[in-house]
Write a protein that binds this ligand. Structure first.
Ligand SMILES: [Zn+2]
Length: 141
């Protein structure tokens, strides 16, 4: 099913991401979230609800989880190099996540577009994450 496998990593390499996409990267438009936190990081996110995401962390104590905005999702960052790797949301046993496109080198994604999830209610955000984020997620930490 997957047509494209990509790898990403934080600057120091403590956190690596293995990504499987069901569409070519050029068909994905990284979403630059316009909340203050994401703008400060210059983050833009990609995800594929039919794809697969595995995050592997060498030193689990250096995986930071930051809550902002509604506090529903975990912003995942490396405590060693400070890079924001992605965002995850857990509901029961299911983990949903999206990845910061900037940690994936030379993937050739489409043009970045802007997104304003801060305008959504918490319930609307969760419904959106479940619809567009990776739903096959493993975090090895
Ligand atoms: Zn790092």
């Amino acid at each position: 099913m997957s047509v494209c496998k990509l790898k990403g990593r934080c600057h120091c390499g403590n956190i690596t991401a293995d990504i499987e996409l069901t569409s070519p990267p050029a068909a994905l438009n990284p979403r630059a979230c316009d909340c203050d936190f994401c703008r400060e990081h210059g983050a833009a996110y990609i995800s594929d609800p039919k794809g697969k995401l595995t995050l592997s962390v060498n030193e689990p104590s250096l995986l930071g989880r930051y809550h902002q905005g509604s506090g529903t999702a975990d912003f995942l960052f490396c405590r060693q190099c400070g890079v924001l790797v992605g965002v995850s949301f857990q509901q029961a046993q299911n983990i949903y996540a999206t990845i910061n496109a900037n940690i994936i080198k030379e993937a050739g994604f489409g043009d970045t577009c802007s997104a304003s999830p801060k305008k959504l209610s918490t319930a609307e955000k969760i419904a959106r994450w479940q619809a567009v984020w990776f739903s096959d997620v493993r975090i090895n930490a």
